[in-house]
Design a protein around this ligand. Structure first.
Ligand code: FUL
Length: 492
């Protein structure tokens, strides 16, 4: 061995010993934990839905499938305008209704004529899925597709094996021809009455198609990746865990189950830690998506131009979705021109301005942070890691700790009415009980919570204080806090 090689080996060994001596061990992940795709999806936070199709032209919410494709003729359709509006709003993905319950396809599916092929738009040569997908990619947005299993136009609907094959074929078209698809949205709605056609959906085979063709795509609905929050008002529960109990209902994944049982989570315990008693259950990582429309309807109706939700309402939705460990899926229905209406675009800009103003100054940033315990007393897990606004660092305690206090000294007295907390969810969701307190000669509580997860936002009347603390009184494993921020929201 040459001297050079010998010295090099010696150097590597020396470095390895040095690094191992100083590296502290991170807390072990507490299973279940999100997949890489679920983690990336959660970080999108705020995403858009576009309901567009024949209903836009018939002024209905649910088409019956008999609509003449000739009515579909948006005169000024411009996917770039949609993308511009979304980017200005700070949204990160667009999910398009490629096919709603009426069965009309926004792409020229080879399996049906009930599509843009038979419409005067672009002389029957158009492909709206392509134009929207391309515009999203060009504008830096993720793209997802909504495909309604309920199809009121398709003659084979109700002839279960035949329709299931038809549905898989359509899915294959969407998942092979339009580049990366980030989310596949399966709508559970089905309005067929007792005498109507009863279709037994082969969910597992649909999921197999998605996994095979777009392994990174997330499946929404009664599927395996993303959970419907249980309402269409965009509001998560006060206690919204991403760790959920696996029940027989979720395994069945049959139509109807998700409306009544597990996913809807009407029972108080579905989203509470008492339901995730490790002795009793299996768990899965199953985060909540909160869907809501910016208007009363999912599709565009001219008489709702003045019914766009108010800024106050949208702010409330934001805090109760993104701020409660969910992802907000806000629907923006393009109008008959094929554009997002000015009133909707204006309201979205107002919301963006409000949120930017709220979060522009973190009053806790670089505060002096101390804690009742710091993991191994190591700088990697020092309390100051919770106030550096980085998504890569966090404060953590030793494994044996279940009660801990993280205290911030803000320097001067600061005024704030909003607090942000985040756990590094790659390590699992851990904290189930905490309070926020400020110092006024004694400690005074100003907020409390039963879940943090990816992001928790609290709003409260103005607090003026120089010392604030997070008191963690219950956690499934030693706590880890990625961010602890304090903000002042503007007035409306
Ligand atoms: C529901 C559908 O019936 C509505 O039309 C809309 O698409 C909404 C997002 O999901 O189930």
């Amino acid at each position: 061995m040459s001297l050079y090689r010998f010295l090099f080996r010696f150097f590597v060994l020396y470095m390895w010993i040095g690094i191992s001596a100083f590296a502290a061990e991170a807390p072990k992940p507490l299973f279940p934990i999100p997949s890489q795709a679920q983690l990336a999806w959660q970080e999108l936070e705020y995403i858009a839905f576009a309901h567009f199709g024949v209903n836009t032209f018939t002024n209905r919410e649910w088409g019956n499938g008999n609509e003449d494709p000739a009515i579909f003729n948006p005169t000024e359709f411009d996917a770039k305008q949609w993308v511009q509006v979304l980017n200005d709003a700070g949204m990160k993905m667009l999910i398009l209704t490629a096919k709603h319950h009426d069965g009309f396809c926004l792409w020229p599916s080879q399996y049906t004529d009930h599509s843009v092929k038979k419409s005067p738009w672009r002389n029957g040569k158009g492909d709206m899925v392509r134009e929207v997908a391309d515009a999203c990619r060009e504008g830096g947005l993720k793209f997802g597709v909504y495909l309604s299993p309920w199809d009121r136009n398709q003659p084979s609907y109700g002839n279960s094996p035949v329709y299931n094959q038809f549905f898989r074929n359509q899915l294959m078209e969407l998942l092979t021809n339009y580049g990366e698809i980030t989310e596949v949205w399966f709508d559970g709605a089905c309005g067929e009455g007792p005498n109507g056609k009863r279709q037994v959906y082969d969910w597992d085979s649909y999921y197999t198609v998605v996994r095979r063709l777009q392994p990174q795509a997330l499946i929404f609905g009664c599927g395996p990746d993303i959970r419907w929050v249980g309402n269409e008002s965009g509001v998560a529960r006060e206690t919204e865990w991403s760790v959920q109990v696996v029940t027989p209902e979720i395994r069945k994944r049959q139509w109807g189950e998700h409306q009544n049982g597990f996913v809807n989570g009407k029972g108080a315990d579905f989203a509470h830690r008492t339901a995730i008693n490790p002795k009793k259950h299996e768990f899965m990582w199953y985060p909540a998506e909160c869907d809501v429309s910016i208007r009363p309807g999912w599709f565009y109706h001219p008489d709702q131009d003045d019914k766009v939700k108010s800024l106050e309402h949208l702010v409330d939705i934001y805090f109760k979705s993104v701020g409660r460990n969910g992802v907000l899926l806000l629907n923006l229905p393009p109008d008959k021109r094929g554009l997002i209406h000015e009133n909707d675009a204006q309201r979205l800009r107002e919301l963006r301005a409000f949120l930017d103003e709220t979060f522009k100054t973190d009053l806790a940033l670089d505060a002096t942070a101390t804690a009742s315990n710091g993991r191994d007393n190591h700088p990697y897990f020092d309390p100051k890691q919770a106030v550096d606004s980085s998504r890569h660092t966090y404060w953590a305690t030793d494994d044996s700790v279940t009660n801990a206090v993280l205290e911030l000294h803000l320097g001067d007295v600061k005024q704030f009415n909003c607090c942000l907390l985040q756990e590094p969810i790659a390590l699992g969701q851990r904290v189930y009980e905490y309070s926020l307190q400020y110092w006024v000669g004694g400690w005074q509580k100003f907020a409390r919570g039963t879940t943090i997860g990816y992001k928790r936002l609290h709003r409260f009347p103005d607090v003026k204080a120089a010392r604030v603390r997070l008191v963690i009184s219950g956690t499934r494993a030693c706590p880890a806090i990625q961010n602890f921020g304090l903000f002042q929201m503007p007035e409306f």
